[in-house]
Ligand binder design. Sequence first.
Ligand code: ADP
Length: 471
Amino acid sequence: MEIIHVSAECYPVAKAGGLGDVVGALPKYQTDAGHVSKVVMPMYRTKFLLNNDWDVVHKGYTNLGAYWFPYTIIKERTNKLGFDLYLVDIYGLLDRERIYGYDDDSQRFTAFQIAVVDWISSWKHHPDILHVHDYHAGLIPFMVKYCYRYQHLQNIPTVLTIHNAQYQGWMGWDKSTFIPAWDPWKRGMLDWKEAINPLASGVKCAWIVTTVSNSYLDELRQSANGLEALFQFEKGKCYGILNGIDALVWDPASDKYIDNHYSVKNFREGKKRNKKILCETFDLDESKPLIVFIGRLVGEKGADILAAAIGDSYFYIGRLMNFLVLGSGFPEIESELESLKTLSQGDYNFYSGYNESLSHLMYAGADFILMPSRVEPCGLNQMYAMRYGTVPMVRNTGGLRDTVIDFGDERGYGIRFNHAIIGDVTQAVWRAVDLFGNELKLESIRSQIMQLDFSWESSVKQYLDLYKTLT
Ligand code: ADP
């Protein structure tokens, strides 16, 4: 099969979160399974772009409403990611350093999608599957079905994967002219609550919709940032497929970001050495358990209760543990976490920003990873952490529920709590401190989690089985 993935992110080209990791891995494993899997994404001005060689494969000219623009498609020359990687350049819109966060994101991503569809419409053959990811590519199923000039593409099966339904890309109806002339009777296929909603449109128009875990799919029917009824209505074509992790990138035995490698055979020493580096760098106490948080500092991740929960843990449990936080996000949350530093007694630190190599060292050197998420479609951190022998402390939601069993339950290995509230987090911290004191139990859990299988193979098979039902 020839599968075209369209996404705003793809690791290592450009990544802001889990979407990047998934689109950087899934096509590689699909290629390994004998298929032709390609990724098309915007050509941001990233290091990856500058450090690699590219061929121009197509030049086109199309329009975003009245604005006509030339676009260029380039392809990475050596296939170094294990799949064909294409970047779309649109002067003035995509030639930026950051992925998101610009005032004209609606224009940027709509133009990107138009260029992708325009390019595919110039091919002599049709791909077998158009697999689009999140709202940034959510208008494509509509375009190939209902835009007059792309009608010849309407038989290409489309699959939409939702990595995060919080972000939907709403646009006012004044932007409807951005989308190439479309059948006006199909207005409802773009609309949700009097706005153009690219994610909702994707759910309505894609042949199949997948979410990145089963529990998340269930939860979307109750809570989906306004789309609950749509997920109820479309449930017949929605499937949950848990993400895998890229076992080549995330392997403590060969991780290129850490110096002290280890495996399940020698994790005791290996983790100790990595913890030492972390504790020396961040002025923490090596003898105490090290609990880390890695992620976007937003309400979805429960980051708004982090500072208070850390403060309460010291107050109620005592200064028996270290906390190290890595993340960026809302300035209010960042400043709370920053000011907590002044109260540190060599047991708290905060690194503000995005730092890939530090995150790897933290997965390797930490004892526990805390994820008090309110919403977690799949969550990759807990799976990476487990591969590195770091025990997850997670809220019982979405993909966290599907991947972590409380160590109090049969065959369990993590710490789970039910609510994203300070009291629940503090209690989980107390359990972590207690577990840290029980060396035998902790070691058996570490050895167990390092051997859990979160590889892509089974998810890849589920995606391929779904595609087959469409072709
Ligand atoms: P998200 O909702 O942000 O996509 P996921 O758990 O699916 O959450 O993926 C998060 C990914 O982003 C992981 O690879 C994690 O290590 C990485 N990450 C998040 N924040 C940071 C940061 N500040 N520095 C480095 N890596 C980060």
